[in-house]
Design a protein around this ligand. Structure first.
Ligand SMILES: Cc1cc2nc3c(=O)[nH]c(=O)nc-3n(C[C@H](O)[C@H](O)[C@H](O)COP(=O)(O)OP(=O)(O)OC[C@H]3O[C@@H](n4cnc5c(N)ncnc54)[C@H](O)[C@@H]3O)c2cc1C
Ligand code: FES
Ligand code: FES
Length: 488
């Protein structure tokens, strides 16, 4: 075990000892390194002022991704490359092409948000796979400008986005790759500060042993929930076990029967596979938070936190996903819907962790749709999220699974509505009766996101929308077979 964290910055390996396990990367940069280019706006992952870029080794090359430094803990840097806005300028002081583009487009007013925007654009320039930047809004949705200079910022982004990266960071990519490979050979990390511990196991069995030894430890994945426990609730976390280095939990594969997604796979890494399975599933992932949050947040964290308004459980439950839970004693597989017992209580026994999800692939005749309703299109939590999975025999409902988030204390299937529709003709008349039956399925609450009445009406209308879309011949082709048939 190793008690110093090691990461790459500016083409060399940095080693830090006596690290506070929950010190944020942002506070480290500003208060220890005295590098104040990275700003603090919200300290909760919303504004993007703190955006930095992480480089990680993937398939022998460096993958660059923007993240929110305000909710990343310092030990999470271990084994990665850190790039901040201070690292972009050349040695001779020449501005980076992204910075220069911001200057030329007048993309900065008070300047507070500017480093964050620059880092998001820089990550896109280095990280994208295609030569097109068709959706700049998506890249910048996690960066807020209080001076609202978006037009010029978008101009700046567009002017550099089509260039191939040709900076000093690109020039030393092979060196960075070699340094990151060297770091990968390191032992697992085990930090101690006073009575507080931080472990970063590398295998599932090492993880199971640690959780068995420290059953009360906080399991840490992307920290997009847990980071806020520290920055907003000022909680002290005594023992932390980080799952982001566990090989088995980062696996993503298709075994012909299931799409297997490790619990520590981030939204960004799962996005393509989920969108290939079904375009609506891909769209739900795209609507989660921002690029920065999707680069760190995991599907495992979204399920394990038990939130009734998490966006992944409704579509995954509608698609009949299974959950693999593991402990030192072995593994068990349950239906994902059975994991959520009641608000704040999940079927996770002492010593267990979420290891993976399994999404059935062979449902060629099913029609699937999912809808997220939130006040803002980007970077907003759902008021409700509905997912529908229908199998028709002719026009008779052979099977239907309807699941909503935001309608109860847990993500929950609409049992009465489903029951009514089962075996019936798929007609508007029957759908309208099922919409009425939904009042028996749910008693939603009123909160800042939506009133009880709004939630119920919206949920009922989503079922109607699903009916209309499934019976409209122009959209039907696109929907059948989990999106694995030709798109309209
Ligand atoms: C700005 C912002 C916007 C957001 N927008 C959305 C949104 O649009 N939709 C949405 O659904 N969510 C949203 N979230 C919430 C959050 O991003 C997700 O819930 C995310 O998936 C959590 O994953 P994580 O890896 O960051 O989990 P962490 O924060 O690391 O952990 C979350 C919880 O899961 C537990 N956990 C993690 N992994 C495991 C495991 N393998 N086994 C057992 N327990 C585990 C942790 O102990 C903790 O209780 C947003 C958050 C922020 C900060
Ligand atoms: S300071 Fe606002 S996202 Fe980090
Ligand atoms: S330029 Fe002022 S916050 Fe963006």
């Amino acid at each position: 075990m190793r008690d110093k964290i090691r990461f790459v910055q500016n083409g060399r390996v940095r080693e830090l000892e006596n690290v506070d396990p929950t010190q944020t990367v942002l506070n480290f940069l500003r208060y220890i390194d005295a590098e104040t280019g990275t700003k603090e706006g919200c300290a909760e992952g919303d504004c993007g002022a703190c955006t930095v870029v992480l480089g990680e080794l993937k398939d022998g090359d460096v993958e660059y991704q923007a993240v929110n430094a305000c909710i990343q803990f310092l030990p999470m840097l271990d084994g990665k490359e850190l790039i901040t806005v201070e690292n972009l300028k050349s040695k001779d002081g020449t501005l980076h092409p992204v910075q220069q583009a911001m200057v030329e487009a007048n993309g900065s007013q008070c300047g507070f948000c500017t480093p964050g925007f620059v880092m998001s654009i820089f990550a896109e320039l280095h990280g994208r796979n295609s030569q097109e930047l068709s959706d700049i809004n998506n890249v910048l949705a996690g960066n807020l400008c209080r001076c609202t200079g978006y037009g010029t910022i978008i101009d700046a982004a567009q002017s550099v986005a089509l260039q191939a990266p040709a900076d000093h960071i690109h020039a030393r990519r092979a060196l960075t790759s070699a340094l990151l490979s060297e770091l990968q050979q390191d032992d697992s990390l085990a930090l101690a500060q006073d009575s507080r511990r931080y472990y970063a196991p590398k295998t599932s069995s090492e993880l199971a042993d640690l959780i068995d030894q420290y059953p009360d430890a906080t399991i840490l994945a992307g920290a997009t929930d847990i980071g806020l426990w520290v920055t907003k609730q000022h909680r002290q976390l005594d023992n932390i076990i980080y799952v982001g280095n566990v090989t088995e939990l980062k696996e993503l594969n298709d075994d012909g029967e299931y799409l297997n997604i490790g619990a520590a796979v981030t939204y960004s890494h799962a996005w393509k596979a989920l969108a290939d399975l079904n375009p609506d599933l891909g769209e739900i992932v795209r609507r989660i938070a921002s690029t920065q949050i999707r680069n760190s947040g995991t599907i495992g964290g979204n399920v394990a936190n038990g939130s009734p308004i998490g966006d992944m459980p409704p579509p995954l439950i509608a698609l009949n996903a299974r959950l693999i839970l593991r402990s030192k004693q072995g593994a068990r597989t349950i239906a994902l819907e059975d994991f959520f017992i009641e608000y704040g209580r999940q079927d996770l026994k002492t010593g267990e962790f979420v290891e993976a999800f399994q999404l059935p692939l062979k449902n060629e005749s099913a029609i699937f749709k999912a809808y997220k309703i939130s006040k803002r299109f980007d970077q907003d939590i759902s008021a409700l999220c509905g997912a529908f999975n229908l199998v028709l025999d002719g026009n008779i409902v052979k099977d239907i699974r309807i699941c909503y988030g935001g309608m109860a204390g847990t993500p929950h299937r609409a049992a009465k509505s489903e029951q009514y529709l089962q075996g019936k003709d798929w007609t508007l008349e029957n759908v309208q009766i099922a919409m009425t039956a939904m009042a028996e399925d749910y008693t939603p609450m009123s909160d800042m996101r939506a009133s009880q009445d709004y939630r119920m009406l919206a949920a009922q209308n989503l079922l109607k929308k699903f009916f209309i879309e499934t019976t409209d011949p122009t959209t039907l082709t696109r929907l059948v077979g989990h999106g694995r048939v030709a798109h309209a």
